[in-house]
Design a protein around this ligand. Structure first.
Ligand SMILES: Cc1ncc(COP(=O)(O)O)c(C=O)c1O
Length: 395
């Protein structure tokens, strides 16, 4: 056989990605998280973070992480079932279960791992997964890993989900419906009450990903499940500690038997190192702040309303993707335009990333709001968008 370099395909593949304008790269942020960040020495107003409540840079949270590191070290040193289980983990799991109103909770090293492992643990080859077409990658890959039959239903479309259940449910042992509650790249919300009712009607489990909802929705910040009065229903709730909670890690909240089952069967929890003391303590402190400071949530919602009103008044021609969350997306015709507008915004002192296929079906600028944004920063955003769009031809 003639020798050829078996790695050559990587460069060819990269060129294809480059030609399609799908190429991704990182940028180094050299400041604390907050409404302003420093990138390449330039201070930018930050509309690109998931730190919705501004807790990732909050001194109370930082101090909690420092104290935990001083007391318990930098690493958990082992998996939770071996040497990595600490009192802090137990305290955090109790705090999450209390926030969510569930019997128990389990903390993972990331939200991605929580989704991957949980889905793969609760369904298998004989089972069916019904998945919203726009679900987060961690839900989609968890579904693939499970080996179950996957059917994607149309985005947030209850009629299509009902149809799929009626046609397919009886052919499988278990059925799991999976959906984000707040869709991370659009900012819209799934009709979770109707989906939950359908799940019961068709003897199906329901897993909801509250990654972008926890800390933001509901009277106590528990998420969309609380806002929709579904606390106490049989559900599998997944989420992350890395967005409004401002730390790192993920969790599953649900019945005591579900959590016990995951401790025994969930590979992405069993065979990985426990969350670090710093991340665990930071999340614990943030949850305490979230539950005792509803004003933070109110401030975020005021900012969302303010920005939406200002955008619709000053820039009615913008194509905003329907949103009911801190994620507000301006839809653009193609990846090239999105990149160009993203870089013009950056030159103007605004950090708002361009999101393109294959992450999303259509290109867009994604703005995410924080409770700690000041009105002047929102004004500046609207005026810079106005200026850039008036100079750029957007069809
Ligand atoms: C909807 C959704 N689920 C899960 C995740 C993964 O969470 P983590 O960052 O904790 O891995 C993300 C984003 O990161 C997300 O947007």
């Amino acid at each position: 056989m003639t020798y050829f370099n078996p790695y050559d395909w990587i460069d060819r593949s990269l060129s294809t990605i480059e030609r399609a304008k799908w190429s991704r790269s990182t940028q180094v942020i050299t400041s604390l998280p907050g409404t302003e960040v420093t990138i390449d020495g330039q201070t930018l107003i930050n509309f690109g973070s998931n730190d919705y409540l501004g807790l990732a840079g909050d001194d109370r949270v930082i101090q909690a992480a420092i104290r935990a590191t001083q007391s318990f070290g930098t690493g958990a040193t082992g998996s939770r079932l071996m040497s990595g289980h600490k009192q802090l983990h137990q305290d955090l799991e109790l705090a999450i279960a209390t926030l969510k109103g569930t019997e128990a909770a389990l903390v993972f090293s990331s939200g991605y791992l929580a989704n991957l492992g949980t889905i793969a643990a609760v369904v298998g080859k004989k089972d069916l997964i019904l998945s919203d077409r726009l679900n987060h990658s961690s839900l989609k890959n968890g579904a693939l890993l499970s080996g179950a039959k996957i059917i994607e239903y149309q985005h947030c479309n209850v009629a299509d989900l009902r149809y799929q259940l009626e046609v397919n449910r009886a052919n499988y042992r278990r059925c799991l419906i999976i959906t984000d509650t707040v869709f991370s790249m659009d900012g819209d919300i799934c009709p979770v009450a109707e989906i939950q009712a359908l799940s019961i009607e068709h003897s199906s489990m329901l897993l909801v990903d509250e990654a972008h909802a926890t800390g933001i929705f509901g009277t106590t910040g528990a998420g969309i499940i609380e806002a929709e009065n579904l606390v106490g229903q049989a559900l599998i709730e997944v989420g992350t500690l890395s967005k409004a909670i401002g730390s790192l890690g993920g969790y599953v909240a649900g019945s005591a038997s579900l959590i016990d089952f995951l401790r025994n069967r969930c590979a992405s929890w069993i065979y990985t190192t426990g969350l670090s003391p710093a991340d665990t303590a930071a999340a614990l402190k943030s949850i305490e702040i979230i539950t005792t400071t509803p004003q933070l949530r109110q401030q975020l919602w005021q900012n969302i309303e303010y920005l939406k009103q200002r955008l619709s008044k000053q820039l009615p021609q913008l194509r905003l993707i329907p949103s009911a969350s801190p994620i507000i997306c301006i839809e653009l015709p193609d990846a090239r335009t999105a990149i160009s507008i993203g870089s013009k915004l950056k030159q103007a002192g605004i950090f708002a990333p361009a999101i393109r296929p294959p992450t999303v079906p259509t290109s867009r600028i994604r703005l995410s709001l924080m409770a700690t944004h000041q009105q002047l920063q929102l004004e500046r955003l609207v005026n810079e968008i106005d200026l850039i769009f008036s100079e750029t031809e957007v069809s």
